[in-house]
Design a protein around this ligand. Structure first.
Ligand SMILES: [Zn+2]
Length: 471
């Protein structure tokens, strides 16, 4: 998930080495240097079409090298055949070899952004009116820059926790079909990323219209993205002699029936706790509906109130939506083939084949073949949200933002947790970054993040990883 500007000071400091950097720390807590890391990361284009994650990884490795990390603790990895889709592994060694590590995970690739569509250059970090603007400042180069900054600060301080602190920067999270770096690591470098827990993106904090902090989310579970294919084939013929048996008509009717179908509300710990936590914060009719649905998911009137909010609607159930259509081969021919991609977001634990069968029933037309084009990876239940995970988040949140509740959430989207959880590395999404209600327009135009959120999030994640590493 995910979203800008400029300072040349830190580049100079880096060039002067540790003594210069320490002087900067004294002056501003290393903020100028951190901002320069963020700027460098943002201004390294990492889109699939024209970008280079390997270059971003090399640049971040150079930062860590300059901070004193030896080559043996840094590894820029480049999956075979994917020269520009590399990433970075780095290690700060703990003192207790028996204690499992903490993994700071971030993808550095970003969604495509075209200069002509944006108000400002998407690949220049721009600070304006209290916001950083640029592709990736929200999703998720700020968190990635904080991870790099954390490692630099911990080393400068001589921080030697019992647990080893690991960093993995990866590529390929934003583009389905691209090689996913976290998935690649789970398969090819499992021991290098082994950890008691991993922290990555997922959910953030919410600001209200006046900029007040409403709540800080922690991702407790996420849905699985799975595509299904609807396909109708037909002998076709000349379009001057139409017949009712038409591949396009079969397909669109089936797709329309998908649009009318609503999957039932399904409560698990993550969304039930979200409803209970938010019902008090939201208040009013919506807050009351949240409490009612948490107690009884069959309360149709209350569900209807919540369904007006697309975020809550998606958090309550499996959803399926038509995302692509393709049909016909000539403007003057009856179609021989019509296909649709139906993208479903499955609640945790729901079987992929079960939804395929349900889609067949919903399509209600034997002419429509419902298939699974590709299963992205193994599925796993979400990692449990234990006190060991939650307490440090609550503690640091309380120190920085007293009174702001921490709310577990079920994320309708999917993060790299989908690769690490099945590999036995419990993965949670928490950023400490607070966004306006537009979520910073991640993936969209003029992606942005409040400047204050960036610096506060840096403090939050710096302290949080310290607590986890010291457990
Ligand atoms: Zn992301």
């Amino acid at each position: 998930m995910s979203q800008r500007l400029n300072s040349a000071v830190a580049t100079l400091l880096l060039a002067t080495g540790c003594a210069g950097a320490s002087a900067a720390m004294a002056a501003d807590g290393g903020e100028a240097r951190f901002r320069d890391i963020l700027k460098e990361l943002v201004e390294t284009n990492t889109t699939l079409s024209a970008g280079d994650c390997t270059l971003a990884a090399q640049r971040m490795a150079a930062r860590l090298r300059a901070a004193g990390y030896p080559e043996s603790d840094l590894r820029v990895f480049v999956p075979e055949g994917h020269p520009k889709e590399g990433g970075l592994l780095a290690v700060l060694h703990g003192t207790n070899p028996k204690a499992r590590a903490i993994l700071m995970l971030a993808h550095v690739d970003v969604v495509e952004a075209r200069r002509e569509d944006w108000t400002r250059d998407p690949f220049t970090l721009v600070e304006e009116g209290g916001y950083f603007y640029a592709r990736g400042v929200a999703d998720m180069k700020t968190e990635a820059a904080i991870w790099v900054d954390n490692l630099i600060r911990y080393r400068e301080e001589g921080f030697r926790p019992p647990r080893t602190v690991k960093l993995a920067l990866t590529c390929g999270e934003e583009t389905s079909g691209a090689l996913n770096g976290a998935g690649w690591l789970a398969e090819h470098a499992r021991s290098d990323i082994d950890a008691a827990l991993a922290i990555t993106e997922g959910v953030d904090g919410d600001l209200d219209a006046e900029g007040r902090r409403v709540m800080l989310g922690i991702l407790a579970a996420e849905k699985l993205s799975q595509n299904y294919r609807f396909e109708v084939t037909n002998p076709g013929g000349h379009s001057s002699r139409p017949i009712p048996d038409n591949a396009i008509y079969h397909l669109v009717r089936a797709v329309d029936r998908v649009s009318q179908h609503e999957f039932p509300v399904e409560l698990i710990d993550a969304n039930r706790n979200y409803l209970l936590g938010m019902s008090k914060i939201v208040g009013g009719a919506k807050g009351e509906a949240m409490a009612r649905v948490a107690a009884n998911p069959k309360d149709a009137a209350a569900v209807a109130v919540l369904d007006e909010d697309k975020n809550v609607h998606a958090m309550l159930r499996t959803t399926c939506v038509a995302t692509m259509l393709s049909a016909g081969h000539a403007t003057n021919a009856l179609p021989q083939r019509a296909t649709a991609n139906i993208n479903c977001r499955l609640m945790p634990g729901v079987a992929i084949e079960d939804i395929r069968r349900q889609l067949e029933t919903i399509a209600a037309d034997p002419a429509v073949k419902v298939t699974i084009p590709q299963v992205r990876g193994p599925t796993a239940l979400p990692a449990p949200l234990t006190a060991q995970i939650l307490k440090p988040v609550e503690q640091v949140a309380h120190e920085l933002w007293p009174g702001v509740p921490v709310v577990p959430m079920l994320e309708p989207g999917a993060s790299d947790a989908q690769f690490l959880n099945p590999a036995g590395i419990p993965t949670y999404g928490v950023s400490g970054l607070f966004f306006d209600s537009d979520g910073g327009n991640m993936h969209g135009l003029n992606e942005r993040i409040p400047v204050r959120s960036v610096y506060e999030g840096r403090t939050f994640l710096y302290r949080l990883i310290k607590l986890y590493a010291s457990q």
